[in-house]
Design a protein around this ligand. Structure first.
Ligand code: ADP
Ligand code: NA
Length: 310
């Protein structure tokens, strides 16, 4: 029997990257330290590519513009054998773009122009196709670079079909507790965890605490990523008690942290879909994302299964 695909509904952006000696301040004109590089990105597309490179069957639904970037974003998915039959070309909006300034420490400042990503969910025909696809997928993966109403609607629909939903709440957006309780896995970074919970998340202890609160609100598995510190995963043990697993990230030579979180989400999803334990899935996701940060670009830097190992 063929494996059911993992469906990503989300954003595609052309990342337009300029290296800078430092990030500019308000009102400043700064000369870049490189010519511009165009790299396919967008949280949805990055997570789709991360999963495909790690060995999953992946389908991606989203919207591109009628411009050359749109075609390049689609081709990038197809290069990684991702099913693009649910990608629609939008006749009103341009393809999503991200303008990324990357400093010498590998840190970035990003402005996203959503473009056609902002219309995901507004086209009833496309939504019907997504609803149909949901009947035959293994899991649904989403982020918040498409309208939140669309994300909420798809969480409801997937939940009613018993399809597990992995939500990366990035950028952060408040969601009702009832909606959150229909997720299978929530992945957030420190900033997002803080915005969602209304509590500071500045240390590993804060992350443990906030993760446990979110878990007790009804989310079966909560993961908070902590950049160079690694990540914590909070779920329930066999007795139903709150269980917290921390995994440190290895020390690596950081080149570009763009899409580290996306790589993490993709790897975690693939490992869980393969039936790995949460602790093993967490280790796998940390390993994959720590490789990502040593390489340039969003999709261009995502590792393959052979790079990460089992
Ligand atoms: P986001 O990119 O969404 O802000 P994080 O910064 O928390 O997310 O990074 C996600 C994951 O990427 C981390 O949990 C870690 O595994 C890996 N990672 C990020 N930065 C580093 C780093 N400097 N060194 C090693 N691993 C890193
Ligand atoms: Na971060």
């Amino acid at each position: 029997m063929p494996v059911k695909p993992i469906l990503v509904v989300g954003s595609l952006n052309m990342d337009q990257v300029v290296r800078v000696p430092r990030l500019p301040v308000m009102g400043e004109t700064l000369l870049g330290a490189s010519s511009i590089t165009f790299v396919p990105g967008g949280k949805g597309a990055n997570q789709a590519v991360a999963m495909a490179r790690l060995g999953a069957q992946v389908q991606m639904a989203g919207r591109i513009g009628q411009d050359p970037f749109g075609q390049q974003l689609k081709a990038a998915l197809e290069d990684d054998q991702i099913d693009t039959s649910l990608l629609v070309t939008d006749t009103e909006a341009a393809s999503g773009s991200a303008f990324i300034f990357l400093n010498e420490q590998g840190e970035n400042a990003i402005v996203v122009s959503s473009g056609s990503n902002g219309n995901v969910g507004k086209d009833q025909r496309q939504m019907e196709h997504i609803f149909d696809a949901l009947e035959q997928v293994q899991a649904l993966v989403m982020q918040m670079e498409i309208p939140h109403e669309t994300v909420e609607l798809l969480i409801e629909r997937a939940h009613s079909l018993n399809v597990p939903v992995i939500l990366n709440l990035a950028p952060a957006h408040p969601l009702r507790r009832e909606t959150l309780s229909k997720l299978s896995v929530l992945v957030v970074n420190e900033t997002e965890a803080s915005l969602l919970s209304g509590q500071p998340v500045e240390s590993l202890d804060d992350a443990r605490h906030v993760g446990a609160i979110l878990h007790e609100h009804g989310i079966p598995t909560v993961v908070i990523t902590l950049g160079a510190q690694g990540a914590v995963l909070i779920n329930a043990d066999e007795q139903g008690q709150t269980n917290i697993i921390y995994q440190q990230a290895p020390k690596v030579n950081v080149v570009d942290t763009t899409a580290a979180g996306d790589c993490f989400v993709g790897a975690l999803t693939v490992a869980l879909a393969e039936g790995q334990t949460p602790a093993d899935a967490l280790r796998f996701a940390i390993r994959a994302s720590s490789i990502k940060v040593t390489r340039f670009g969003a999709q261009s830097g995502l590792p393959r299964r052979s790079d990460v190992g089992e």
